[in-house]
Design a protein around this ligand. Structure first.
Ligand code: SF4
Length: 305
C-alpha cells in the first residue's frame, strides 16, 4: 500500500471518529489498516471498549450484527453488505422453531455464526473456543446445536453425558476446501511441521491434527510454541497475521482454503465507507434485545477463554 494512502486512512479515521476492526480472514491490506484484528467474539468485545463513534467492521454479516447487538448505541458500518457467511444462512428461524417444538426440553446452543434473528430464539451462544465449556455448563441434558455439524461432532468427543442433536450445516471453506489429503501432502513436504486445524474441519481432518483451535487460539498457541513450523488448517489469510507476528516461524496453509465472502471487503470499499460513513447496519430493537441475552450468557460462562 502506498504511504499517502495509509496517511489518508489515518487522517480519515481521526476526522470521522472511526475505528477499523478486521477479522483474521480479511485480505492482508485490510489487516494492515485495521486498528484491531481478531476473531468475531474478540472484535465484538473490543467494540464495547473503543471510544470511537463509528465502527467500520471488516468481516461477514453475522460478525457485524454481533458487534451491533453488543454495542447498540454505536454506529456499525459494513463496507460490503454482500459479505455473507453461508454457514450462518444454513439455519433459519422457522425451521429452528419446528425443531425446537419436536424437542421441547432441549436447550438451543447457537454458534456465533448465526443471524441475529436466530440468536434471538436461542438459549445461549458459543464460539469455537468455548463450545465445550458452554455445553458442559448448561443444565439441560438435551442440546440442539446449530448450525455447524463438524463443530458439533468435535464437541461430542468431549461430552458423553448429553444428547447433542446436530444441525446439518457446514462451513464450505473448512468442510470442502480443506481435505485430509491436502493436509497429508503438506505434511509430506514439511515433515517437521505441526498440524493445527479449526474445529469446523471434517472429523477425518481433525483426526490427523496435533492441535484443534479457534483462530485466536492458533494465534496464541504458535507464538508460545517452541516449534518453528506449522501446517494451518483454516482460512489461509490467518497465515498473513501469523507470519507478521512470528517472522522467525514458518506457516503452511492449504492453498484452496479461501472464504470468498471474506474477500468481498476491499480497500476501496473500506475507503468509501470511511469517507461516507455507510452502509450502516441497522437491526430492529426487539431483535437486538433478544439476541443480546444468549450472547451475554455466553460471555459470562465463557469468560477466561
Ligand atoms: S470461513 Fe466459513 S464460517 Fe467463516 S465466514 Fe467463511 S463461510 Fe462463514
Amino acid at each position: 500500500m502506498k504511504t499517502n494512502q495509509k496517511k489518508e486512512i489515518q487522517e480519515l479515521k481521526k476526522e470521522k471518529d472511526a475505528v477499523i476492526l478486521a477479522h483474521n480472514y480479511q485480505l492482508p491490506e485490510i489487516q494492515d489498516i485495521a486498528d484491531y484484528v481478531g476473531d468475531s467474539l474478540y472484535l465484538a468485545q473490543i467494540a464495547t471498549k473503543v471510544s470511537s463513534k463509528h465502527i467500520i467492521f471488516c468481516g461477514v454479516n453475522f460478525m457485524v450484527e454481533t458487534a451491533k447487538i453488543l454495542n447498540p448505541e454505536k454506529t456499525v458500518i459494513h463496507p460490503s453488505t454482500d459479505a455473507i457467511c453461508p454457514l450462518a444462512e444454513m439455519v433459519d428461524v422457522e425451521s429452528l422453531k419446528w425443531f425446537q417444538e419436536d424437542h421441547p426440553d432441549a436447550a438451543t446452543v447457537s454458534y456465533v455464526n448465526t443471524t441475529a434473528e436466530v440468536k434471538a430464539v436461542s438459549d445461549i451462544c458459543c464460539t469455537s473456543s468455548n463450545a465445550v465449556k458452554i455445553i458442559k455448563n448448561i443444565k439441560e441434558k438435551e442440546i440442539i446445536f446449530i448450525p455447524d455439524r463438524n463443530l458439533g461432532l468435535y464437541v461430542k468427543r468431549f461430552i458423553k453425558d448429553k444428547n447433542i442433536i446436530l444441525w446439518p450445516g457446514i462451513c464450505p471453506t473448512h468442510h470442502s476446501r480443506i481435505k485430509r489429503e491436502d493436509i497429508l501432502k503438506l505434511k509430506e513436504e514439511h515433515p517437521k511441521a505441526e498440524i493445527i486445524v479449526h474445529p469446523e474441519c471434517q472429523p477425518e481432518v481433525i483426526d490427523i491434527a496435533y492441535q484443534v483451535f479457534s483462530t485466536n487460539g492458533m494465534v496464541r498457541y504458535v507464538s508460545q510454541s517452541k516449534k518453528n513450523e506449522f501446517i494451518i488448517g483454516t482460512e489461509k489469510e490467518l497465515c498473513y497475521r501469523l507470519r507478521k507476528e512470528n517472522p522467525e516461524k514458518k506457516f503452511y496453509p492449504v492453498a484452496t482454503a479461501i472464504c470468498p465472502n471474506m474477500k468481498k471487503i476491499t480497500l476501496d470499499k473500506v475507503m468509501k465507507s470511511l469517507k461516507n460513513l455507510e452502509p450502516i447496519l441497522n437491526l430492529p430493537s426487539d431483535i437486538i434485545e433478544k439476541a443480546r441475552r444468549p450472547l451475554i450468557k455466553m460471555i459470562e460462562i465463557g469468560r477466561g477463554d
